[in-house]
Design a protein around this ligand. Structure first.
Ligand code: ADP
Ligand code: MG
Ligand code: ZN
Length: 502
């Protein structure tokens, strides 16, 4: 098969995502009072409603509707005044009542948009001229959202003996109804994405947004956020949509990206060989890096959708909508811009921090504990050392940043100190003193090291004299190594340059 970048020269990839998010932060299920928890004993949290017993009546969860309206507001959707629930019929043991309660043509929130900032390097770039690009190739892609609708999750099935958890080859299947009836919101994008990288960025941005709203733990790994990727190709310069395939089992950002990339190349090969793409659902097999057919697409008619007679239409009041709007916190883009404006952070660092509410909280409380001039160093510590760790607190980050900003320790030493802090060895100041980790600013001692390094690196010295100034970086690295990470790298660099120019 040809490479993605080559294929995208001839073909335009049209991608749309369907993203399911379980509202895991709620306490109860969508239509009954059962506890929302996936960790309990199988089938511990069930009742006649979520087991689909005849005559059991659903009672909608108001908090779940608040969450979906907040999700809609955060993604620039219109809140629909009136919407309803429908029954979507199918037979499978994961839903005991034999229909899923979901929404029909009108969802709670519709017609939204998220803007993606795409770095635009290599294969992540749109090769077409439909979007204006900045001088560095980056661009903003507006991605329309068709709708976000409310539905309920099905039970979890465990197919014993099947391959990769699939039913094929299974000899026995276990069902856990704890998950059945979990409030689930499904976001459907318009087919506006054009590259696997854009799809990945969309998913990432949505995850950051939902995490910030606090409506879900958004774990791709544990399936509380799940993504299906739809993709079709059309010849560049044409406007008619081609036949799409839909991919399931995209349970990581990498899987989403790689499955779409594979599928784009596969479809190009089929089409270039004179064949036709079949409308089908395919399954991504990460271990074999390919997609395989799962089933040919059922049509909407097969589901016998009709309004659920047990649930009256929802009329959302202005007061309800305004209450939801007031609960939407500062969103990642606004937070990033504020960090850049108020703290002079690098845009990339600011975006990384603002994307995760826990990291943003850590950063903000550490930042408020130091002088303004030290805040960019706090950001550096958070992004490069503390990211994703739950074992360090704001006071420790602030103290590390102060030590670094005051040139008391090097970054390499900061990493060691952080490990010790996390291991419970005390606060950073204490660890630095106890281990004698202070950065050396002793010019004479450092100059001796510089002499030794220059003597053994004759090749690099020759290169420098031939005009390759970049070798200084390598030589600083050698000096750092010789000082076992304790020398001040800025001083090393100055001393080296002085000596090399003399
Ligand atoms: P289906 O009825 O097969 O579920 P939908 O019309 O509901 O299809 O669309 C599902 C997703 O597929 C949406 O995200 C939509 O943007 C996307 N999509 C629709 N048509 C195409 C196409 N021709 N190529 C790529 N994506 C598409
Ligand atoms: Mg659909
Ligand atoms: Zn129940």
């Amino acid at each position: 098969m040809r490479s993605l970048a080559e294929v995208l020269q001839d073909w335009e990839a049209i991608i749309g995502l369907e993203i399911h998010t379980e509202l895991t932060t709620l306490e109860t299920k969508m239509f009954c009072g059962c506890k929302l928890s996936h960790d309990d004993e199988p089938n511990a949290n069930v009742c006649p409603v979520c087991l689909g017993m005849p005559g059991a009546l659903p009672v909608p969860n108001e908090k779940a509707i608040e969450s979906i309206v907040m999700a809609g507001i955060a993604t620039n959707c219109e809140v629909m005044r009136r919407s309803m629930f429908y029954r979507k019929h199918y037979f499978y043991p994961d839903m005991a009542k034999n229909f899923q309660t979901t929404q029909g043509p009108v969802a709670f929130v519709m017609h939204g948009r998220l803007d993606l900032e795409v770095a635009g390097d290599g294969a992540s770039e749109r090769p077409d001229g439909t979007i204006e690009k900045a001088s560095d190739g980056s661009y903003v892609a507006p991605i329309r959202i068709l709708r976000i609708h409310m539905e309920e999750d099905a039970a979890k099935m465990n197919h014993l003996g099947g391959s990769e958890g699939r039913i094929g080859g299974a000899t026995e299947s276990l069902i856990d109804y704890n998950r059945c009836g979990t409030p689930l919101i499904e976001l459907v994008t318009e087919p506006d994405l054009r590259t696997p990288e854009e799809a990945r960025l969309f998913m990432e941005k949505l995850r950051q947004t939902f995490l910030t709203l606090g409506i879900s733990d958004c774990s791709l790994e544990h399936g509380s956020m799940r993504c299906d990727g739809n993709v079709s190709l059309r010849r560049r310069g044409t406007s008619e949509l081609g036949t799409k395939t839909e991919m399931k089992n995209l349970n990581s950002f990498k899987a989403l990206h790689d499955a779409l990339a594979y599928e784009i190349c596969r479809q190009a090969e089929v089409l270039e060989g004179g064949g036709a793409v079949r409308q089908e659902t395919r399954h991504w097999e990460p271990s074999r890096r390919r997609t395989v057919v799962m089933r040919v697409k059922e049509t909407a008619d097969d589901y016998r959708m009709y309004p659920d007679p047990d649930l009256v239409p929802f009329d959302l009041s202005d007061e309800f909508i305004e209450r939801c709007r007031a609960r939407v916190p500062e969103l990642p883009d606004a937070k990033r811009d504020r960090y850049v404006r108020d703290w002079d952070l690098k845009r990339y660092d600011a975006a990384r921090i603002a994307g995760d509410p826990d990291v943003a909280g850590l950063f903000e409380s550490a930042a408020s504990a130091v002088d303004a001039s030290v805040v960019p160093m706090v950001a550096k510590v958070v992004v490069n050392l503390a990211f994703g760790r739950e074992d360090v607190n704001a006071a420790q980050v602030a103290s590390l940043a102060r030590l670094l900003a005051g040139d008391a320790i090097t970054f390499a030493q900061a990493r060691e100190v952080l490990e010790a802090v996390a291991g419970g060895d005390g606060d950073p100041e204490h660890i630095v003193d106890e281990r004698g980790l202070r950065q050396s600013n002793d010019v004479e001692a450092l100059a001796t090291i510089v002499e030794n390094v220059l003597r053994s690196c004759t090749e690099q010295v020759r290169q420098y004299q031939e005009g390759n100034k970049k070798v200084v970086g390598y030589l600083v690295g050698q000096c750092m190594k010789a000082s076992r990470g304790s020398g001040n790298p800025k001083l090393f660099s100055q001393l080296l340059t002085q000596r090399l120019q003399s």
